[in-house]
Write a protein that binds this ligand. Structure first.
Ligand SMILES: *[C@@H]1O[C@H](CO)[C@@H](O)[C@H](O)[C@H]1NC(C)=O
Ligand SMILES: *[C@@H]1O[C@H](CO)[C@@H](O)[C@H](O)[C@H]1NC(C)=O
Ligand SMILES: *[C@@H]1O[C@H](CO)[C@@H](O)[C@H](O)[C@H]1NC(C)=O
Ligand SMILES: *[C@@H]1O[C@H](CO)[C@@H](O)[C@H](O)[C@H]1NC(C)=O
Ligand SMILES: *[C@@H]1O[C@H](CO)[C@@H](O)[C@H](O)[C@H]1NC(C)=O
Length: 953
């Protein structure tokens, strides 16, 4: 650490130092972490939304909402059907959000405002409110991956406020609303010159905040400096283990990150407020985007998306017709069941055009668009297939199945490494449907046109992409297309898991075995290979079926083109199955089924000594280095994981990771000295309570995406993840060679750099970077990405920085996502001139009276219309609009309700997604009978209006 004294080398410093441990970090084991708090908040808020939806629909909802919820319980309780459900998407969204939350300690470790250090209240609040707008806009535009990553960052900053400021010490028991409400002033800030702390007495910091600060209710926060002790006079320090300022008077600090911190005696209070504040922030997003989009934001969907990338050049008529047929069949069978795809994605490509991406939640609209597709144009051969695929990969949620239809090679093969990087980043699976190349060639020859053909070398690119993603390359004459598109229905069924997958290239006869467990149903074996391929399938009891038998005794078998499908007749024969494949040509074997038991993993870095917190690792892992995987199971009841291994797909060797449980459903698997090549992650274990068996049964799952190692490291540190329209983001990056898993400080190398983004935003970047003398083996450069002036708020842009060594043998890359933001409107609507009528003080009379509330709501001059929703109260609402004296739009709200609910809370949302609130409360009045009875009760519903019948005390 002694080498880090200089901030002149910020990149090297930030990349090299073990990441600071400064926020809600576990030291004693029982403290709250950002991860605990974030996960709890999402689980609770999601369950609340489902509960409210169930109440509206009159459906039962019996989940108890507390801090012990698990993702699988929430998905189960929210699920529209009792059949097998998968919590992969929800689990993944939660992990994505908390890993982005943790990223703030890595990417923005030294930016005070991201942590509310140094009394940066205005800037910290701006980060939060701007981030929340970006989350809302991205959600509105369906850009959920970006929305989640920004949400994670915002939650980090918000949660840090409660640990790093003196809000808790001031005696507050509710969150600070102004942090999520731009319109509220930040009041009672201590100010830059006001002293706030005195020395701790030894280790005792219980009374180090100055009485004047506490009595005056002045808000302050701790100063933090990683490298130097200086801070403004009289100011509190953070006082965490990495903070140098706490050694200077006033010594000590006020942070509440853990129970062991200087103000650890208030850790529980700070964590509780951080949780409540996180819930409030999620609620403000929910109000703006609506319940359905909120659930999509948190990944709560019950079915996978349907995603097609399709060549629309002249020859593609039959394929388009087939896509139409398959889509129709899926839409028809799912509509109204609650198991519809959460959205539909269609990316056409042609020559010279590709896109735009059609992404919609509306099945009818999707079908209309598919019906409008026509095959036309496309003179010369290759098409922009990879450009189309890239759009689909960035638009689709992680872990999607993408189907690409074409009969032509890729014209944009230069995108190969960007595509492979995106696959590693998104874990989506790409299946190619390559059709009718030969017969079309004949047809074109007849028409006197150049033959249209995909050569083996060109098809190899598609095969490589499919393989890297765990997808298939299906080659079929288009007359047989309908026999292979069943793979689409197999893949996007509910809760599909990969049990086993392998590829032999070059081909050779081989036996493959895999465990079938009793959580699996609809078990299907998919094979691709040349027509001469034969196989024998063997069940655990020894029954066999060969490729010449089509339906008995074990499976029904169908064949078209290079594709074979076997659906097992009986899902309940659990145990070790075997398939022997005989072919000398390349082939692939994949076993899938439906099960709620699945897993996801993330490449993470673990902080030395503290293995309970993780930082996401971007890019490909280093050959010869260590690799840590955060493995998250989608269900944990009765499941125990016995082995997580890396299977080298080239030589078939399998290495066990060292397993460490983190929670019931999270494990860390650590591998040292990872061999060069491509690997897949295999998980094995046993299930007990899921089954009726007395002895636990074995299960296995495999992650489809391949992990490719590299001996190059690329690191990038953007200065923000939100770009203002019309402005630029600067992204310093470094590239290094590694040797034996560590950066080779003595290496000399020039790397070719290629930077691409999926929106064609202007980018500047060096085309090469060279390791300089005395740079510690790092080559550095800077990429600038500019969001055009007219980019819409919520647009996301995915940038890939790839670096290749001089020999063009090795490469690595990072994928970064940014959200575009426009500052035009950040002020929420305000509630003006509101009045409430009264209700009787005697509550037993409440049912005879109604009360009303009127208010004028406006988004101000240059503001927009507002949308009013009742948050609390069950009365009736009427609105009308007027134009105010300065031309502003005024929404006149009048609300009437029974006196038995004498409070109303309304939300007012403007077009930019800012949320304001109006709160009304009926005045309490004594009823003064004017005659014998001034209330004429015709029925319980019909009453005089409150204001007419009673008179204030
Ligand atoms: C937070 O998570 C850590 C790591 O999983 C765990 O050790 C700790 O007990 C959790 N804290 C609480 C309060 O649940
Ligand atoms: C906080 O302020 C101190 C002193 O003014 C400064 O040295 C330090 O760099 C600041 N910390 C951060 C994280 O910006
Ligand atoms: C298995 O597939 C059939 C039809 O292919 C479907 O009706 C059934 O619901 C599937 N099983 C599950 C558990 O989804
Ligand atoms: C594999 O196929 C070849 C050619 O069809 C055949 O000669 C050979 O016996 C088969 N091997 C096995 C193990 O079935
Ligand atoms: C990996 O772990 C499994 C289960 O614990 C064990 O059976 C197997 O022998 C291990 N493999 C290696 C290579 O250590």
């Amino acid at each position: 650490m002694a080498t880090l004294g200089s901030v002149l080398l910020p990149l090297a410093a930030v990349f090299a130092f073990t990441v600071p441990s400064h926020c809600f970090r576990t030291l004693t084991g029982a403290s709250f972490t950002h991860r605990n708090i974030t996960e709890r908040a999402i689980l609770r808020k999601t369950a609340e939304v489902c509960q409210d939806i169930a109440a509206v629909n009159g459906d039962p909802f019996d989940l108890i909402i507390d801090d012990s919820l698990t993702p699988e319980q929430v998905v189960q309780a929210c699920s529209p059907s009792a059949s097998v459900v998968s919590s992969v998407a929800f689990t993944n969204a939660i992990v994505d959000i908390y890993l982005s939350n943790a990223d703030v300690d890595f990417l923005f470790a030294l930016n005070a405002e991201y942590h509310f250090y140094n009394e940066t209240f205005e800037m910290g609040r701006t980060l939060i409110t701007r981030g929340v707008s970006a989350v809302k806009d991205s959600t509105d535009m369906g850009n959920f991956i970006t929305a989640r990553s920004v949400l994670g960052e915002v939650l980090h900053t918000l949660q840090d406020f409660y640990s790093h400021s003196n809000w808790v010490e001031l005696g507050n028991t509710a969150p600070y609303d102004a942090l999520i409400t731009p319109a509220l002033p930040l009041e009672n800030l201590a100010g830059p010159t006001v002293p706030t702390c005195r020395n701790c007495i030894g280790d005792d910091c219980t009374d180090n905040i100055l009485p004047a600060v506490l009595d005056g209710g002045l808000l302050t926060s701790g100063y933090f400096n990683r490298f130097f002790p200086n801070k403004p006079e009289g100011k509190c320090s953070d006082g965490g283990p990495l903070d140098m300022t706490s050694t200077q008077e006033p010594v000590g600090g006020i942070n509440k990150d853990t129970f062991d911190s200087r103000h650890g005696f208030l850790h529980q209070e700070a964590a509780d407020l951080a949780l409540t504040a996180s819930l409030d922030l999620l609620e403000s997003i929910r109000i703006c985007v609506g319940d359905q989009d909120f659930l999509r934001l948190v990944g709560l969907s019950f079915a996978p998306v349907l995603c097609f990338v399709i060549d629309t050049t002249g020859s593609m008529g039959p394929e388009i017709a087939e896509v139409r047929r398959v889509s129709n069949s899926i839409v028809a069978s799912r509509l109204g069941t609650g198991l519809e795809p959460p959205f539909y994605i269609l990316v056409p490509f042609n020559d010279p055009d590709f896109g735009p991406v059609l992404q919609t939640t509306d099945a009818t609209f999707f079908m209309e668009q598919i019906n409008l597709l026509t095959a036309s144009g496309g003179g010369d051969l290759p098409e922009f297939s990879l450009s189309g695929l890239r759009l689909a990969l960035t638009a689709a949620p992680r872990f999607s199945d993408i189907f690409l239809f074409t009969d032509a090679p890729a014209k944009d093969a230069v995108l190969r490494s960007a595509i492979l990087a995106l696959i590693a980043n998104t874990r989506s699976t790409v299946t190619f449907m390559l059709t009718d190349v030969l017969s079309f060639r004949r047809k074109r020859e007849l028409e006197g046109l150049a033959p249209r053909i995909v050569t083996q070398a060109q098809a190899e690119l598609y095969r490589e992409i499919a393989l890297a993603s765990g997808g298939l390359t299906i080659e079929v004459p288009n007359s047989d297309l309908s026999m292979v598109t069943i793979v689409i229905e197999d893949s996007i069924a509910i809760a599909v898991v990969t049990v086993f997958q392998d590829v032999k290239n070059p081909g050779a006869p081989c036996n493959f075995s895999f465990f079938i467990d009793d959580t699996l149903s609809n078990i299907t074996i998919l094979l691709t290979g040349t027509p001469s391929l034969t196989f024998t399938l063997r069940s655990p009891t020894g029954a066999t079926q060969t490729s010449s038998e089509v339906s008995e005794p074990l499976a029904s078998f169908s064949l078209a083109g290079n594709f074979r499908r076997l659906r097992l007749n009986n899902d309940s024969e659990t145990g070790l199955w075997e398939i022997s494949v005989n072919s000398t040509d390349p082939y692939s074997v994949k076993v899938i089924g439906q099960s709620s038991l699945d897993f996801i993993y993330n490449l993470v870095e673990i902080q030395d000594g503290v293995s309970t917190d993780f930082f996401r690792q971007e890019g490909r892992p280093i050959s010869g280095g260590n690799l840590s995987l955060l493995v998250t199971l989608t269900r944990s009841d009765g499941v125990s994981v016995t082995q997580v291994s890396l299977l080298n797909t080239l030589d078939g060797t399998e290495v066990n990771g060292t397993l460490q449980p983190v929670t019931d459903s999270n494990y860390v698997a650590t591998f040292s000295n990872v061999t060069e090549g491509t690997h897949v992650v295999v998980l094995r274990g046993t299930t007990s309570s899921l089954t009726s068996r007395m002895t636990p049964g074995s299960f296995q799952r495999q992650a489809p995406t391949q992990i490719r190692t590299s001996n190059i490291v690329v690191n990038a540190l953007p200065n923000t993840t939100i770009i203002e329209a019309g402005s630029s983001v600067t992204i310093p990056f470094t590239v290094a060679l590694t040797n034996g898993g560590v950066i080779d400080g003595g290496a000399m190398e020039t790397f070719t750099v290629s930077v691409t983004n999926d929106r064609d935003f202007p980018v500047t970047s060096p085309s090469t970077v060279t390791i300089g003398a005395d740079s510690g083996g790092l080559a550095s450069g800077t990429v600038t990405l500019t969001a055009p002036e007219d980019a819409l708020s919520g647009t996301d842009v995915t940038l890939t920085i790839a670096a290749e060594d001089a020999a063009a043998v090795n490469s690595n890359d990072v994928v970064l996502r940014f959200s575009v933001f426009r500052v035009s409107d950040i002020a929420p609507p305000v509630c003006l001139a509101n009045t409430s009528s009264g209700c009787p003080a005697d509550e037993s009379l409440c049912k005879y009276f109604v009360w009303d509330f009127t208010a004028n709501v406006t988004d101000g001059i240059n503001g927009t219309d507002v949308e009013i929703t009742i948050l609390e109260g069950n009365g009736t609402l009427e609105t009308s609009t007027e134009v105010g004296p300065d031309g502003e739009i005024i929404t006149v709200v009048s609300y009437t309700a029974s006196c038995c609910a004498n409070r109303v809370v309304l939300s007012a949302v403007d077009n930019a997604g800012n949320v304001g609130r109006c709160v009304g409360q009926a005045d309490e009045v004594d009823v003064m009978p004017t005659t014998e009875w001034n209330v004429v009760v015709k029925s319980n519903q019909v009453c005089f209006r409150g204001s007419r019948v009673f008179v204030a005390k």
